[in-house]
Design a binder for this molecule. Structure first.
Ligand code: ADP
Ligand code: MG
Length: 240
């Protein structure tokens, strides 16, 4: 479903991604882990062209999205993204946050969007908050709204960039549980995370980035018990 070949990204003289080649299959849940500054966010942002790769190619469903003329909006419609800091629209209720894009971008009627929105809000366990404004919600609730909002575009792929890093510890689980549910539905998910237990339990595959290089890629069980590189060993020693 997603294939990157020799994906590179440079900011000025800073080579942040150094030729990442990998394949993510339909329905796969992939955890991207690695030290701060290793290029995890940049990798994710390249996948939906929030960053334009400097060189290399990204194919999504066999379409080269790094070729000259691509419809970025069309690509992004198919790829939901959830950020560390929720980015909800503060002046809109929960239901309005979730139903805005489907009406604007997918031309759903208000009625259709509300039906879909309510279904998704129920899925993330926030039916009683439909009419609340974001400032009335906890961090965990905000992030669950952000997930529902991304899902409202009915994307084929969901990207998560440290979705629980800004949350108080007691709210991490409710967000991870929603993501775990989503994983069981067969959604293709790429998740940058520091939640190693979640990665171990839920991911089908781990990508370990260090210094912009894909140092290791493989089965979480193997990666967490027997990392192959000393970089990965060092990293796991620090975080586990
Ligand atoms: P991670 O998510 O693994 O912490 P990032 O992908 O955010 O790493 O960043 C990798 C490197 O790229 C860092 O050195 C960061 O300073 C740099 N970087 C990221 N985004 C930009 C940008 N928009 N402009 C310049 N440098 C950037
Ligand atoms: Mg990051």
């Amino acid at each position: 479903m997603i294939n990157t070949s020799n994906l590179s990204k440079t900011f000025g003289k800073n080579e942040v991604l150094k030729g990442i080649s990998t394949t993510i299959k339909h329905g796969e849940v992939v955890a991207v882990i690695g030290p701060s500054g290793s290029g995890k966010s940049t990798f994710l942002r390249c996948l939906n062209l929030l960053e334009q790769p400097t060189s290399g190619e990204i194919h999504i469903n066999d379409i080269n999205i790094t070729a000259g003329k691509v419809d970025k909006l069309k690509i992004r419609k198919n790829i939901g993204m959830v950020f560390q800091h929720f980015h909800l629209f503060p002046h809109m209720t929960v239901l309005e946050n979730v139903t805005y894009a489907p009406q604007k971008v997918k031309n759903l009627s208000k009625q259709e969007a509300n039906r879909l929105g309510k279904e998704l809000i129920a899925k993330v366990g926030l039916t009683d908050k439909e009419d609340a404004y974001p400032n009335r919600l906890s961090g965990g609730q905000k992030q669950r709204v952000a997930i529902a909002r991304a899902l409202a575009m009915e994307p084929e792929i969901m990207l998560f960039d440290e979705p629980t890093s800004a949350l108080d510890p007691e709210m991490v689980k409710e967000v991870l549980d929603v993501m775990k549910d989503l994983a069981t539905t067969g959604m293709t998910m790429v998740i940058v995370t520091h939640e190693m237990n979640f990665a171990k339990e839920v991911a089908d595959k781990v990508l370990f980035l260090d210094g912009g290089v894909l140092m290791e890629e493989g089965d979480p069980k193997e990666f967490f018990t027997e990392p192959k590189t000393s970089r990965a060993k060092d990293f796991l020693d620090k975080v586990l």
